[in-house]
Design a protein around this ligand. Structure first.
Ligand SMILES: [Zn+2]
Length: 408
């Protein structure tokens, strides 16, 4: 009887496969992109009297509509520098390009689509930073040039539209703002609107600052301590570490050391994240250059790794948005199950039970029986991200499960 019951529990927790819109043909995609740009132009024209929209702004912002609750923004990787726009000459204005970040955004979108069949939203500023800085308020962004100001308005209208679409279709989502830094430490700097000195505080102190961060909605929704979300074992930084991308803050590298340069987030994370409301969170990703952005080949490889970490993060923390039925969340027993290289390990003081691996579409991939202390080599599976769910046999309720993220 108990075996039957356990089987039923497993079956009941399998999320049904969701049917997603098909991949568009190139012609359809181009038409959608054109319509999207036109619609944003309309939004800008209707909503702003201070900023005069210009047809010239349209070629300067690349917008791609998505089918997944993820928004990619690349404000500092542009190359276009037409003479018709004035150079930004404001004192203290930064004009350095974050090299290969628009290429990174497209490669990351491609890698996510390859793995899931779904595509994130993509918004790219094509203008050189000497003409427009889309990660500043409009005054500093355009330095008074009306065409640059119109492109700035288009950029942020596109992010607003993406956020509204993601919220209405999925209930919420995540925006990744992609940048590149030239600091001496070759690691990602993750910006949650938390300064380096704040990150150097204890977990207990850090836990006080959730409402000041760009993942405020995630904190509210998840019920986890804030420090767990920022630098726990399933934080974005730690998932990046797992795929070989050094990152701070993370479990392995909880904060920049005193004296180390660090970018904590900017205008886009503040405006389009959840600090001031809404259910779309934002994280600023500042990628180092050596081995990451120093060639087109490396930026594509970087995108593959970041896609794995991003999907693991989305599955762990945005399951409501990405799956039609949520796999039950951890009840504190996740310490029972862990991954060591290509092995799954069940701790010796945990009950025997069933372990189920789900793939990225919520399909059950593997079902294993495991005993206390057992190490099981994972079978040969497609490279990707899986959720492992542990159901102890001594549990009578389907809620007594735990999940971990397995990266292969
Ligand atoms: Zn930047």
């Amino acid at each position: 009887m108990s075996i039957l019951r356990r089987k039923m529990i497993v079956l009941l927790t399998i999320p049904p496969r969701k049917v997603w819109p098909g991949v568009h043909s190139v012609a359809q995609a181009l038409m959608i992109r054109a319509l999207t740009i036109l619609s944003f132009f309309g939004v800008v024209a209707a909503s702003s009297s201070a900023i005069v929209p210009s047809a010239m702004a349209q070629p300067f912002v690349e917008v791609e509509t998505g089918t997944y609750p993820l928004i990619l923004s690349a404000p500092h990787g542009g190359y276009l520098a037409p003479d018709s726009l004035a150079d930004r000459t404001c004192t203290a204005c930064v004009t350095v390009r974050d090299s290969r970040t628009q290429e990174w955004a497209r490669a990351l979108a491609d890698a996510i689509e390859t793995r899931t069949g779904k595509r994130p939203w993509v918004v790219i500023n094509l203008l050189d930073r000497v003409k427009l800085d889309a990660n500043r308020d409009v005054g500093e962004a355009a330095d008074g040039d009306p065409h640059a100001a119109a492109a700035w308005a288009t950029y942020h209208a596109a992010l607003d539209e993406a956020s509204e679409a993601v919220t209405s279709e999925f209930g919420g989502g995540l925006l990744l703002d992609l940048h590149g830094h030239g600091h001496s430490q070759p690691r990602f700097e993750l910006g949650y609107l938390l300064s380096a000195s704040r990150l150097r505080q204890s977990d207990a102190e850090l836990n006080q600052f959730a409402s000041l961060s760009s993942i405020r909605a995630l904190h509210h929704r998840s019920g986890e301590s804030f420090s767990t979300l920022v630098r726990g074992s399933e934080s974005f930084g730690q998932l990046l570490q797992l795929v070989g991308v050094a990152s701070t803050p993370s479990q392995a590298d909880p904060a920049p050391l005193s004296g180390q340069a660090f970018f904590s987030g900017g205008y886009i994370t503040a405006r389009h994240g959840s600090r001031d409301g809404g259910t779309v969170d934002a994280i600023q990703l500042e990628a180092h250059r050596p081995g990451a952005r120093d060639s087109q080949e490396n930026v594509v490889a970087l995108a593959e790794n970041v896609a794995d970490a991003t999907l693991a993060y989305m599955q762990r923390w945005y399951a409501d948005a990405t799956w039609s039925e949520r796999i039950p969340s951890s009840d504190g027993q996740s310490a029972c199950l862990s991954q060591r290289g290509d092995e799954l390990v069940l701790q010796g003081d945990c009950a025997s039970g069933q372990v189920t691996l789900y793939d990225m579409l919520g399909r059950r991939a593997i079902l294993l029986e495991m005993n206390p202390g057992q190490r099981t080599t994972l079978p040969v599976m497609a490279r990707g991200v899986y959720i492992a769910q542990y159901l102890p046999h001594n549990s009578a309720r389907s809620g007594r499960v735990s999940t971990i993220t397995v990266l292969l």
